[in-house]
Every structure is written in structure tokens, then in C-alpha cells.
Design a protein around this ligand. Structure first.
Ligand SMILES: C[S@@+](CC[C@H](N)C(=O)[O-])C[C@H]1O[C@@H](n2cnc3c(N)ncnc32)[C@H](O)[C@@H]1O
Length: 277
């Protein structure tokens, strides 16, 4: 679907739906009744297209997006991924624009797309409530395009990553903003880069959480392990290799439900491994 996007100078079209490009506007775009304000660039969407193309057969049922802005990315990803449920939240209290409401109505997808305004991505209680109320089954994909700050981004990750299904994907967008031209390196407060390093370390030190990390200029994608253990050695590592501080934080801070999920997965994997021996 992404290759069918009709990119024009100041907008991109998906069928009759208009996404006005913030980056090509001279000033701030006003909220519109006949367009979405769209904060993504073509370069970024092209990187996503390359990434999705590497994921043969990835068809997420449950998508959780952090950061709504004007709803353009919710519609973009819903049109591209066709999930059963797409839930999105934002700290702002703007509510759905008229144009967004029009999209939901004309497509008849009001029960499949849910937005939560006035919700902080770092608010674990709110995340817990939303996940429990909205999703049937585990989450397949999280796209974090919200604060882009170390603290809140890590808080959401620690809560949501353990709730991903095996083989699920967690994306953190714009991780590299502290290195963009015009921002003095080392002066960026709360930059995301240290978190990305921690996640790479976690991927290297545990076989039970992050299977791999794909780093693009505009986002990082973390792939949750599939919980297949081929050898006794790897099975043993379940209990001994959670050494990275972030891993421990995830295990300790995961809410009871996610801990149960983790334990269930571990037991299931152990069972499968034991049967094979
Ligand atoms: C860069 S915009 C991107 C939104 C959308 N994904 C898009 O591509 O149009 C980031 C959004 O995150 C929201 N945001 C910032 N900090 C947040 C937080 N702590 N929790 C939830 N949302 C937050 C902002 O209000 C803003 O709407």
C-alpha cells in the first residue's frame, strides 16, 4: 500500500484522503476540516516501507500507537496494516478532528480504531486500563511516536514490551533527534540514544526478551523473541542470562499480568524444549 501513496509538493494522498505535510508548510498548519496535518516525511515513510518489506507475512491484529497528533499516522498505519484493532493515545486533549471522525464514519471503522486523548505514555495505570479494555489477545505491534524523551519512552517500553506476542514488534520513532543538524550533541536533554544503547545491550545479554534490533535513521524496531529454544544450553539460559539492568527492570517492573504472561511463555518454552530432549 505504501508504494501507492501519492506524494505531492505539500501533501500526500491515500485515495481521497488528504495528508498535508507539516514539513513543507511555511508556518504551523491550522487544524483542518478537509485534511490531516501530517508530521511524517517521505524519507521516513520510505524507510518504513523498506522495513515492512523485510517482514514476510507480518499481519498485526492488535496495534498500539503512542502519539496521535492529528490522526494522520493512525489512518496511514490502519490503511497499510489492516489490524483488527488500532488503539492510539496522546497527551494532548484535542480530541478527534472532524476530518478524522469523517474517516471513521465513511469507512465504518469506529469500533476498530480507538483514540485516548489526555493520556501520558508514561502512565502505567492508564496503559494497563487501555490494554485490558481494548485488546483481545496480545499486542502485535507498538509504534511509539510520542514524547521522544528518555523517561516516558522507557516507561512505556517497560510496560508494553512484555505484553507483545512472541515475534511481535516494538518501534521507537525519531530516536536520533539529538543528533540532527542544529542540535548540539551533548546538550540535548533527555535524548533517546542512551535508551537505544540499553536496548541493544539487553538484546545481547538475554535470549528471552529482544531477539533483534533494526536501526534505521528514523526509527528503531525491536523484535520480541519467538521463544523457541533449540538446545539445552539456550534453555538453561532462561534463568541465568537476565543480567542486563534493563532486563531486570523489565522483569521486576512488569505488572502482574505481564509477569504471568512471561512466566507462561517460559513454562511453555521449557515444556517444548523438554519434550524435544
Ligand atoms: C511527533 S507527534 C507524532 C504523532 C503522530 N504519530 C504522527 O505521525 O502524526 C508526537 C505526539 O506525541 C504527543 N506526546 C508528547 N509527549 C507525550 C507523552 N508523554 N505521552 C503521550 N503523548 C505525548 C504529542 O502531543 C504529539 O501529538
Amino acid at each position: 500500500m505504501l508504494d501507492k501513496l501519492d506524494w505531492q509538493t505539500d501533501r500526500v494522498l491515500i485515495d481521497e484522503w488528504v495528508f498535508r505535510l507539516e514539513h513543507s508548510a511555511s508556518g504551523n498548519l491550522a487544524s483542518g476540516t478537509d485534511y490531516f496535518r501530517f508530521s511524517k516525511t517521505k524519507e521516513l515513510v520510505d524507510q518504513y516501507a523498506r522495513y515492512w518489506a523485510t517482514l514476510q507475512g507480518f499481519a498485526p491484529n492488535n496495534v498500539f500507537e503512542l502519539g496521535i497528533w492529528d490522526g494522520g499516522s493512525v489512518v496511514l498505519w490502519f490503511e497499510h496494516l489492516h489490524p483488527k484493532k488500532h488503539v492510539a493515545l496522546d497527551l494532548k486533549t484535542d480530541g478527534d478532528s472532524k476530518y478524522f471522525q469523517g474517516y471513521l464514519k465513511s469507512k465504518g471503522v469506529g469500533s476498530r480504531i480507538k483514540t485516548y486523548w489526555g493520556t501520558n505514555q508514561a502512565d502505567e495505570e492508564a496503559l494497563r486500563r487501555i490494554v485490558a479494555d481494548e485488546f483481545v489477545g496480545p499486542i502485535d505491534l507498538v509504534i511509539d511516536d510520542a514524547s521522544h524523551l528518555y523517561g516516558p519512552t522507557k516507561a512505556s517500553f517497560q510496560f508494553l514490551f512484555p505484553l507483545l506476542r512472541p515475534g511481535g514488534i516494538y518501534i521507537i520513532e525519531d530516536w536520533a533527534w539529538a543528533h540532527w543538524k542544529g542540535i548540539q550533541i551533548g546538550h540535548a536533554k533527555d535524548e533517546l540514544t542512551p535508551l537505544i544503547f540499553e536496548l541493544v545491550e539487553a538484546a545481547g545479554s538475554s535470549t528471552t526478551l529482544i531477539a533483534d534490533v533494526s536501526v534505521f535513521q528514523s526509527f528503531v524496531a525491536l523484535y520480541a523473541v519467538r521463544w523457541r529454544f533449540k538446545s539445552r544450553l539456550r534453555y538453561r539460559s532462561i534463568s541465568i542470562d537476565i543480567q542486563n539492568p534493563l532486563d531486570q527492570a523489565i522483569i521486576k517492573q512488569a505488572p502482574r499480568a505481564s509477569r504471568r504472561l512471561l512466566q507462561t511463555r517460559s513454562r511453555a518454552s521449557a515444556g517444548r524444549a523438554a519434550l524435544r530432549w
